[in-house]
Design a binder for this molecule. Structure first.
Ligand SMILES: Cc1cc2nc3c(=O)[nH]c(=O)nc-3n(C[C@H](O)[C@H](O)[C@H](O)COP(=O)(O)OP(=O)(O)OC[C@H]3O[C@@H](n4cnc5c(N)ncnc54)[C@H](O)[C@@H]3O)c2cc1C
Length: 284
């Protein structure tokens, strides 16, 4: 995935996609590899790290899901989904070879390419690592343009660490990874505590030359941002990815409006200083 502008696929048109692979990740979460059935659409579609698609299950509904990567050939797109309600349960029941529809891509991107030479700190909580993964991959692919790249990750328990099998390969490519869990179990030898503590402990840190990108539960992102501000980062150096109930995905219906912004078209990735006053606001 790169940062070239996506082509203008009609945002209202759904396109048929096939489930070509399903990888169970942690309990209740799987990664679905989706490929457009129409080769012309397959060739035309592109997206940038941080963007999302609307997955449509006929007769059930639509849900926003972030792109969490792509296959080796670059023509099937990964979506890491927690089974929640109607759409995601139906998706989980499809299996390989199943069909659904997709429209997209939508939204803004993580700004990693805009800060050459900077240290990048990714802070993820739970399934929030999925929308960050394409940006982590991009940063590792372009490590020569960036400074130190760090991932701070918090999960509820050792069994819910997302993409854990990928961590050694990421470390080999130069990513500094620090993981913590809220509750340990007898086999866990790592850290215990909230992910904010990892921001407090982060060494070395050159605040003037660092950007921090965070995705996870909103309360986590607020505390992470506060910890980063305490460490000397300014609010403009912090980026968050927000979620709200989403319907049209093109800034038309107003369901995802938060303060002055529509999460679907002005976000989901925002500079923290823009959205900080609204982060306590509930869904409409
Ligand atoms: C920009 C964006 C990106 C997203 N990316 C992902 C992703 O990568 N993976 C993933 O699993 N989910 C993601 N989501 C969340 C996903 O869209 C919702 O969970 C969606 O409601 C699932 O649809 P459903 O029909 O299965 O469940 P629903 O029947 O819609 O909802 C099930 C339960 O989840 C609650 N809920 C609905 N929407 C949200 C929300 N946005 N945040 C928290 N709770 C919610 C409902 O109130 C209900 O209790 C994203 C949402 C947005 C806005």
């Amino acid at each position: 995935m790169n940062f070239s502008a996506p082509p203008p696929l009609n945002p209202w048109t759904t396109h048929s996609v096939e489930v070509v692979d399903v990888v169970p990740e942690i309990l209740g979460v799987a990664t679905y590899q989706l490929r457009f059935t129409d080769p012309l659409v397959r060739a035309a579609y592109s997206c940038v790290p941080g963007q999302f698609n609307m997955l449509y299950l006929p007769g059930v509904g639509e849900a926003a899901v972030s792109v969490s990567g792509h296959d080796v050939a670059g023509d099937a797109w990964l979506h890491t989904v927690r089974t929640a309600g109607g759409v995601t349960q139906t998706l989980a029941g499809l299996g390989i070879g199943g069909n659904l529809a997709l429209r997209g891509p939508f939204g803004t991107s993580w700004p990693v390419e805009r800060f050459p030479g900077s240290d990048i700190v990714f802070v993820a909580g739970g399934i929030g690592l999925a929308p960050l993964r394409p940006a982590v991959e991009w940063a590792l692919d372009h490590g020569d343009r960036l400074g130190r790249i760090t991932l701070l990750y918090g999960a509820r328990s050792p069994g819910t660490v997302l993409f854990a099998s990928q961590f050694d390969a990421w470390r080999d490519r130069g990513l500094c990874i620090d993981v913590t869990v809220d509750r340990s179990d007898p086999g866990w030898l790592g850290r215990v505590g909230v992910v904010t503590l990892l921001v407090d402990r982060l060494r070395p840190l050159a605040p003037e030359n660092t950007i921090l990108l965070t995705c996870g539960p909103e309360v986590m992102m607020r505390y992470v941002a506060r910890a980063a501000l305490d460490r000397g980062l300014s609010a403009e150096q912090i980026w968050v990815s927000l979620e709200r109930n989403m319907q049209c995905a093109v800034g038309f219906c107003g369901h995802c409006q938060l303060g002055p912004a529509f999460i679907c078209k002005d976000g989901p990735v925002f500079p923290y200083d823009r959205m900080a006053p609204y982060l306590n606001t509930e869904d409409l």
